[in-house]
Design a protein around this ligand. Structure first.
Ligand SMILES: Nc1ncnc2c1ncn2[C@@H]1O[C@H](COP(=O)(O)OP(=O)(O)OP(=O)(O)O)[C@@H](O)[C@H]1O
Ligand SMILES: [Mg+2]
Length: 253
């Protein structure tokens, strides 16, 4: 059984089919890429499977459960986590507090525990430390976002998604704006997530990163899947080369 599976997933904005009958599956333990030109529908796909935009047709299944009508926070609680293309960090909070702010979903039990055991360690503290360690930022726990490089800030965004302890993390352009060295570094870190039982769906325009780090890649164009295969197959797929990659694929091979 696939960890994530969409069937005929369709999202419309007015007359525009931003996602048009998308069938994608991510098996547990896999690192899957999703690429396509600007406006192809990649972010919309993440928004749709995490419940941030309504779908007009099709289904989303996660770990065998039908997710289509499940609320976004409940999807996150069940192990589906995401980053946002536009990274927003709280500049006045430490890195640690940025992660705690995202991870904290107080329940009545938490509120009661706060009353009877004030000053107790947040139940998510260990997850926050694990998440920062996993992306290589353990040292930056008490730093402020302004102390960090652009690449490190992007990694805080990834760590924030990881602090929810997901089974699958959806990454929307985590390497945007990074130079080649930083991109390779982040690639290695992300690949390491598989060792922590976190499966990955990675969107990025950095072909070097995607083709090097993914086990398999889907290609979207005009809201539909035009190709699916290993990086080697994608690199040489004539439809992909024509639609999107062009000279870039040659360069990164
Ligand atoms: N909330 C919205 N309302 C109307 N149209 C939207 C909305 N969100 C996205 N779109 C449109 O849907 C299409 C797909 O957009 P989307 O952001 O998913 O593309 P993308 O593949 O993520 O592009 P990029 O690589 O630039 O991030 C585009 O034509 C976009 O203008
Ligand atoms: Mg996008």
């Amino acid at each position: 059984m696939a960890l994530l599976e969409t069937n005929g997933l369709t999202v419309t904005f007015g007359g525009l089919h931003a996602n048009d009958g998308i069938d994608i599956s991510v098996e547990r333990g896999r690192f899957v890429g999703l690429i396509g030109p600007n406006g192809a529908g990649k972010t919309t796909f993440i928004d749709a499977i995490t419940g941030f935009v309504p779908i007009s047709d099709g289904t989303v299944r996660f770990a065998g459960e039908l997710f289509t009508t499940v609320a976004p926070h409940e999807r996150a609680r069940r192990g589906l986590s995401r980053t946002f293309q536009q990274l927003e960090l709280f500049e006045d909070l430490t890195v640690e507090d940025n992660l705690l702010a995202a991870a904290e979903t107080p329940t009545w039990t938490d509120v009661l525990l706060d009353i009877v055991r004030p000053g107790r360690v947040s139940p998510h503290q260990g997850d926050v430390e694990w998440a920062l360690e996993t992306v290589g930022l353990a040292e930056s726990l008490k730093a402020f976002p302004s102390d960090l490089s652009h690449g490190q800030r992007k990694l805080v965004g990834v760590a924030r998604a990881l602090a929810a302890r997901p089974q699958l993390v959806l990454l929307d352009e985590p390497a945007a704006g990074l130079d080649t060295t930083e991109s390779q570094e982040i690639g290695g870190r992300l690949r390491g997530l598989l060792d922590h039982d976190v499966s990955v769906l990675l969107i990025d325009h950095d072909m070097g990163l995607v083709l090097n780090v993914c086990d398999e890649v889907y290609v979207l164009d005009f809201g539909g899947v035009i190709a699916h295969g290993t990086p080697a197959e994608i690199r040489t797929n004539p439809r992909v080369v024509a639609a999107y990659l062009g000279a870039e694929a040659e360069q990164s091979s």
